[in-house]
Design a protein around this ligand. Structure first.
Ligand code: ADP
Ligand code: MG
Length: 682
């Protein structure tokens, strides 16, 4: 019996060359191979009479070879072999290209199982290069549900399939980690059966069950991991803060905090009082005033002689935070400093020295803040802005920095509860569900192409009033999908033909980091009238003077994404607008976009989005900070997710610290998953 950790080179047919190809798929061990799940299946179980074959629909059929296959040499490199087959319903001509072996394998008068699709033309039906097997062979490509694997150059489906089959024959699949009672309750296959069935399902239904089990397993492991993280943190101790004099801070603000902000601050101060490290998420729509809440927390930390590190996802956001915090803190005698990657080595060294000496009480920066190079004298609070890039693995690592600092994560993306649990299951949550007074909703309109002259006139009017506009396009460059606006092209068109007298700027994801930041900063300084951009502007930069957001081909975006984009305007005093354009005539699509015109409630929009598009799209790709799920990526099944979360919560409650083999196996799997998660994040 082989072990899961054995190299795949112990398999027959897997030499050094094949192993290299497998390595391209991140497959090194038997475990990797067994966990290389199919991306889909072809149902080749049913046999169809030839007469019932449908054009272009691949199917299996049993037929007798009616003549000796004949190969004609057409030209160099092209041989064609033709053979007639028939069952009791009809005859069919099979054509094979460059497959001389066919004439040896298909014998006149014998029956075989074929799999292929007929193509129809005016002469009659034909079938090209079908797969076939003799009746007495072990089914490999016919009479079965065929798994279709993710592949890489040089490795075909058959090679993967044969390797997986061998692996399953010589070693046990990964151990069971889901307790029997949970499996019973949620109708979950046992591990052993699921690992076989995902690769060798007896039916499509069994493949589904196997998939469900493996998705459940991933969520179960992940949720359990979050619960354990939360429990571990709850057991940690840190010295409670004692100074809660906040009056000078409030007095220095040019406004009073909203009720929601006050509640959030209270919750944070309570965490500080308790003597366990805080682990809290603030969720609030753009403009709800999260930065002020963080500032209050930093003020309290400073009052207790603790330093705060505030991390932003980009340099320009870090600069903005630095500016706004400095304005509040300077009069209060609190020292704020900025640390970003683009500073010179010398500048960075000086700031780091000031942080290390304790002179700096609030350090604002990018991820550079948490590298080993930056040492704090006494780090008490870490604030991470825009949670999306600050994932579970980073959170887990954070306690290593300083003496278990308090953690405050701020997110502007309203996330439906189920998914919030998945991403932030280890965090307490404060919600800012109230905007500061006087903030008017951004008026949103959905229009068709006939409104183009009016859109242009409206842009002109905003600019004439001294304001700025964003125009967002779904693509960067003109591409194969015709009719979708590309930022580069559209910026050109606007500049050349529509607004030759206005200053048009361009911003897209293919620009270098520094270029992007420079473009955004320049726009924020008012050096352009219209910024044509892709969704890269989605993340938090504040341009209060921007009052109009035009989103081209809005149907190309998710609702939450549109809502985020819309949040880029309406940040100043002036009335702001959002115009969605779409060529799409699909009623459902239009309905969806109209919903956005009617509501500004980010949570409602997020729920709707999740229902319509599913979480994969909801999060976009890798930025989410979620670990790379193996199966769950295939089909993100909300019901399974909810079940798994409930089950893991129950299980951790009951058995969290027990020493059963299942508990040990589960803990091991959690460790692996979080390690993998780290690898997928920057
Ligand atoms: P968020 O980060 O949640 O999008 P910010 O913290 O950037 O929001 O706040 C948006 C704007 O609202 C800032 O200009 C901020 O100074 C202002 N602001 C914050 N809280 C209040 C308040 N209670 N009353 C008035 N204005 C506020
Ligand atoms: Mg913000």
């Amino acid at each position: 019996m082989a072990k899961l950790s054995d190299s795949i080179t112990i398999l027959k047919g897997v030499g050094p060359a094949k192993a290299k190809q497998f390595a391209n798929l991140n497959i090194f061990t038997l475990r990797d191979l067994i966990c290389h799940f199919p991306r889909g299946y072809e149902d080749r179980t049913k046999l169809v009479p030839i007469e019932k074959l449908e054009v272009d629909v691949p199917a299996c059929f049993k037929a007798m070879v009616m003549n000796t296959p004949r190969t004609s040499h057409i030209r160099k490199g092209l041989d064609i072999t033709k053979v007639q087959v028939a069952d009791h319903t009809a005859r069919l001509t099979l054509t094979f290209f460059n497959s001389k072996f066919v004439s040896d394998q298909l014998q006149y008068g014998r029956e075989y199982i074929f799999y292929g699709a007929v193509s129809g033309d005016f002469i009659g039906f034909n079938m090209t290069n079908p797969a076939f097997e003799s009746l007495d062979s072990q089914p490999v490509t016919t009479r079965r549900v065929l798994p279709i694997y993710p592949l890489t150059a040089g490795l075909n489906n058959g090679s993967v399939l044969r390797a997986v089959r061998q692996a399953l024959a010589i070693c046990d699949p990964p151990a069971e980690i889901i307790p029997e009672e949970v499996r019973q309750k949620y109708g979950i296959l046992p591990a052993e059966r699921a690992y076989y069935a995902i690769h060798e399902p007896a039916s499509m239904a069994e493949a589904e069950l196997a998939k469900k089990r493996l998705i459940f397993e991933e969520f179960f492991v992940f949720s359990a991991g979050l619960s354990l993280m939360r429990a571990a943190r709850a057991e940690k101790r840190t010295a409670p803060y004692t100074n809660f004099e906040m009056r000078p801070f409030y007095a220095s603000l040019p406004f009073t905090l909203t009720g929601a902000q006050q509640r959030a601050v209270e919750e944070i101060l309570n965490d500080f009082r308790r003597g366990a490290p805080m682990n809290r998420l603030i969720q609030g729509d753009v403009g709800s005033g999260k930065t002020m809440v963080a500032a209050a927390a930093a003020y309290c930390a400073a009052g207790n002689h603790k330093q705060t590190a505030l991390m932003a996802p980009t340099e320009i956001l870090a600069e903005q935070h630095f500016a706004s915090l400095n304005k509040i803190f300077e009069p209060l005698g609190i020292t704020v400093a900025l640390l970003t990657g683009s500073m010179t080595v010398k500048q960075k060294r000086i700031v780091r020295e000031r942080i290390a000496s304790g002179e700096v009480q609030v350090a604002v920066g990018t991820h550079a803040l948490l590298t080993d190079a930056t040492q704090f004298q006494d780090l008490g609070l870490v604030v991470a802005d825009e949670q999306h890039r600050f994932g579970v693995a980073q959170r887990a690592k954070l306690s290593a920095k300083g003496d278990d600092p308090h953690l405050l994560v701020m997110s502007a993306t309203p996330i439906p509860r189920t998914l919030a649990l998945l991403m932030y299951g280890d965090l307490e949550v404060s919600i800012l569900d109230e905007l500061p007074p006087g903030r008017e909703a951004v008026d949103t309109f959905l229009v068709g192409e006939s409104y183009r002259p009016r859109i242009n006139a409206f842009i002109r009017k905003q600019v004439a009033e001294g304001h700025q506009c964003f125009v967002v396009c779904p693509a960067v460059e003109e591409n194969e999908e015709l009719g979708i606006k590309a930022a580069t092209v559209w910026a050109d068109t606007l500049q050349q033909t529509v607004f030759p007298d206005l200053r048009i700027a361009l911003l897209h994801g293919q620009m270098k980091g520094a270029e992007k930041e420079a473009a955004m900063a320049s726009f924020a300084r008012g050096e352009a009238d219209v910024m044509v951009a892709t969704t890269v502007i989605e993340v938090g930069v504040d341009v209060p003077n921007a009052t109009l957001m035009v989103i081209e081909d809005a149907d190309r975006f998710g609702l939450s994404q549109l809502h985020q984009l819309r949040g880029r305007v309406g940040r100043g005093k002036a009335k702001s607008y959002c115009i969605l354009t779409s060529h799409n005539r699909n009623t459902e699509t239009l309905q969806r976009l109209k919903a956005l015109c009617k509501t500004t409630d980010g949570f409602k929009i997020a729920e709707e989005d999740l229902k319509l598009r599913g979480p994969g799209d909801f999060f976009g790709s890798r930025q989410s900070g979620l670990p790379a799920f193996r199966v769950a990526d295939l089909s993100f099944d909300m019901a399974t997710l909810k079940d798994a979360q409930q089950a893991s919560a129950d299980w951790i409650d009951a058995h969290g610290t027990s020493d059963t083999p299942e508990a040990a196996a589960l803990r091991e799997r959690i460790g692996e998953l979080f390690q993998r998660a780290e690898g997928t994040m920057n």
